[in-house]
Design a protein around this ligand. Structure first.
Ligand SMILES: Nc1ncnc2c1ncn2[C@@H]1O[C@H](COP(=O)(O)OP(=O)(O)O)[C@@H](O)[C@H]1O
Ligand SMILES: [Mg+2]
Length: 298
């Protein structure tokens, strides 16, 4: 469990995080979404005590992260994949971390196997590709078999195989009852990975919701209508205060009227319909809608 209460962080005159409160629950993947610069990394750094909040408190499993005697068992985090001593091998990097908690070397080999790095365990991390670096960072996050896993943009720079691997791993960790917080600036990725979403823009909370609720909440709802007499239909609909746009001949996108009403009006005017499809807003549209302002001001 992660709790943020009225968290704020100021860098000079820049308020990077502005009064954020949210709870990340165990047993599900929570997506932490927002445009670049929204304050995701700063918030994650405050959760694990790497940045000191200007105001507010973040707790991990009930207390500030730095107050835990066994932090790697409480929460594992991947924040900056490249923050590894370049001259160390993957294995010695993990071994050094393991020794701070008295974990056996066998645990290092376990996590190396979990992330698929056994074959390159003896190679220097400085020569790793971005994808290998991400895997090593994830291995470090999992080292303490932690109840809470925090990953900052873990799929950046991964190939499609790697993206799928991270996605399945996150779902697996959540299914084991862990608390999983993963950040991304891509709605499309979170839509297929997360059940719950915490969306921020310019340091502020924009939504704390499930994927389904988000669609329902911001759905603009339009109806796609195809007719061989589209022009006549358009006139009839506009007369009933519908908003009508057309991207191609014979096809109308109708807002402000439901499919039933459109069908009835077409019948009343003797206009044949070839298609009448209510459209829900896509998750991508919902996200754009929410974050538009936050992006505009950047
Ligand atoms: N150490 C820092 N010093 C000054 N400004 C910072 C620092 N870290 C982040 N910022 C600023 O805070 C804002 C939020 O950054 P960040 O948390 O990295 O956003 P995100 O991870 O959502 O892209 C940005 O405007 C960024 O430039
Ligand atoms: Mg970031």
């Amino acid at each position: 469990m992660i709790e943020a209460q009225a968290l704020s962080k100021r860098f000079g005159d820049k308020l990077a995080v502005d009064g954020l409160s949210f709870t990340v629950k165990p047993g599900q993947v929570t997506g932490f979404l927002g445009p670049n610069g929204a304050g995701k990394s700063t918030t994650m750094r405050m959760i694990v005590g790497l940045d000191h909040p200007t105001a507010g408190v973040a707790t991990v499993n009930g207390r500030p992260y730095r107050d835990h005697a066994d932090p790697l068992r409480q929460a594992g985090a991947l924040l900056e994949a490249k923050s590894i001593h370049k001259g160390r091998t993957a294995r010695s990097h993990l071994l050094a971390l393991a020794q701070t908690h008295g974990f056996p070397a066998s645990r290092v080999d376990e996590v190396l196997a979990m992330v698929g790095l056994q074959e390159v365990a003896g190679r220097r991390a400085g020569g790793f590709s971005l994808g290998m670096g991400q895997r090593l960072g994830i291995a470090a996050a999992l080292l303490g078999d932690p109840a809470v896993v925090i990953l900052d943009e873990p799929v950046n720079g991964l190939d499609p195989d790697g993206v799928l691997w991270v996605r399945n791993m996150l779902k697996g960790l959540a299914a084991e009852g862990r608390t999983v917080l993963v950040s991304s600036h891509l709605m499309s990725e979170m839509a297929v990975t997360a059940e719950h979403l915490v969306i921020i823009g310019r340091g502020r909370l924009l939504a704390d919701t499930t994927v389904d609720e988000l669609i329902a909440r911001v759905a603009v709802g339009s109806v796609l209508v195809r007719s061989p007499q589209a022009t006549a239909l358009r006139d009839a609909l506009v007369a009933h205060r519908a908003t009508v746009t057309s991207a191609e001949p014979g096809v109308l996108a109708v807002g402000g009227l439901g499919a039933e009403r459109i069908g009835d009006l077409a019948l009343a005017h003797g206009i044949p319909l070839y298609e009448l499809t209510p459209r829900r807003a896509s998750l991508e549209e919902a996200y754009m809608d929410l974050t538009r302002e936050a992006v505009e001001y950047r």
